[in-house]
Design a protein around this ligand. Structure first.
Ligand code: NAP
Length: 313
């Protein structure tokens, strides 16, 4: 176990964390980034990114984020491949304990731990993730132009994804476990009036069918009322059953909303604790895009630099 101090500690290595590291390093703060359980963050689960400005050709999610890492390291950020398991924000400097047992104290903290798409947890899902099973229509929908896709869920996200995909795909099936939707009325009206979307209600996905070589080929479905089993042939399936922000270690220390996202001042990275900033999906249930996460990382680092220069004066 080692105990170290850094002026700026960044938790999370997705676009928000690395952008914060680039800005923090260029401000000579020598930031330390704790990469977390999924180095590179959620974007590494997306096959290709085509909506991040500056890359007119597609770029693999993994490559985009590894370039961000390289850029941060070039300016002096240090990446630690470990996970924060607890923080103490009631003391100064703040204290963060890692899975390895190492402890970092820091004068300013940027929380960029992201959110994880909730998985259905059924057979085939993990193996076919990124090979036909996706968690983001804005990211991956384009690859299913003129193809058959399914969306699973009944909230705003699922309905939005189905409507978005209806503009691209040949056929969209929306599979929901009940016969009424949680989504807003206006979205439901759009859904019901869209002739391209077929509703498959009272139905759950029991299995994602396919192989790693050929990708997803279909879904094994079960009607929960009749018990009827069916197979639906699809090229892509979008699971939209909610996101879970990675905020467990901040419970009781930072203000979280009812869905567990960190509450910040609107459009700003400030949490309720001076010197602790939040950026990216961990505080953004709404946009969840690479570009918005990167922008948040930039804002958080600029504010951390201002905070440190004022408090160290
Ligand atoms: P959500 O509102 O929590 O809806 C999740 C949906 O997934 C529900 O319909 C739920 O079914 C279903 N579901 C959950 N677990 C499931 C499982 N294991 N198997 C099958 N279905 C399952 O999540 P969300 O749509 O991602 O939205 C999250 C938050 O962001 C919400 O507050 C939402 O309003 C907000 N949001 C807003 C906008 C917007 O304003 N434009 C867009 C997207 C999201 P049940 O209905 O049966 O529980």
């Amino acid at each position: 176990m080692t105990q170290k101090h850094t002026r700026l500690l960044i938790l999370g290595s997705g676009p928000a964390g690395y952008t914060a590291a680039i800005y923090g390093a260029r401000a000579s703060l020598e930031p330390v980034v704790i990469a977390g359980l999924q180095p590179g963050g959620q974007i590494t689960t997306t096959s290709f990114v085509e909506n991040y400005p500056g890359f007119p050709e597609e770029i693999a999610g993994t490559e985009l984020v590894s370039r961000m890492q390289e850029q941060a390291e070039r300016f002096g950020a240090r990446i630690i491949y470990d996970t924060a398991v607890s923080v103490d924000l009631s003391v100064r400097p703040f204290v963060c304990t890692l899975d390895s047992g190492d402890v970092f104290s820091c004068d300013a903290l940027i929380v960029a731990t992201g959110a994880s798409a909730r998985m259905l947890g059924v057979e085939g899902e993990a193996a076919l993730r990124g090979k036909g099973v996706s968690y983001c229509a804005t990211c991956d929908g384009f690859f299913y132009r003129k193809k058959k896709v399914a969306v699973i869920g009944g909230g705003n996200a699922a309905v939005e994804e189905a409507l978005y995909l209806a503009n691209l795909a040949e056929e969209v099936s929306l599979i929901h476990r009940r016969d009424s939707f949680r989504a807003e009325k206006i979205q439901q009206d759009r859904l019901f009036n869209n002739p391209k979307i077929k509703l498959i209600l009272d139905t759950v996905v029991e299995k994602f069918v396919g192989s790693e070589a050929e990708g997803l080929t279909g879904l094994a479905l079960k009607n929960v009322k009749t018990g009827e089993i069916a197979e639906l042939s699809v090229d892509g399936a979008f699971v939209a059953i909610g996101y879970e922000p990675n905020t467990d270690i901040f419970k009781g220390q930072l203000e979280l909303n009812e869905n567990g996202f960190i509450v910040t001042e609107a459009g700003l990275p400030f949490t309720g604790i001076k010197g602790v900033f939040a950026a990216g999906d961990v505080q953004d249930p709404r946009y969840q895009q690479v570009v918005t996460a990167a922008a948040g990382g930039c804002r958080a680092a600029i504010e951390a630099e201002r905070y440190l220069s004022l408090s160290e004066r």
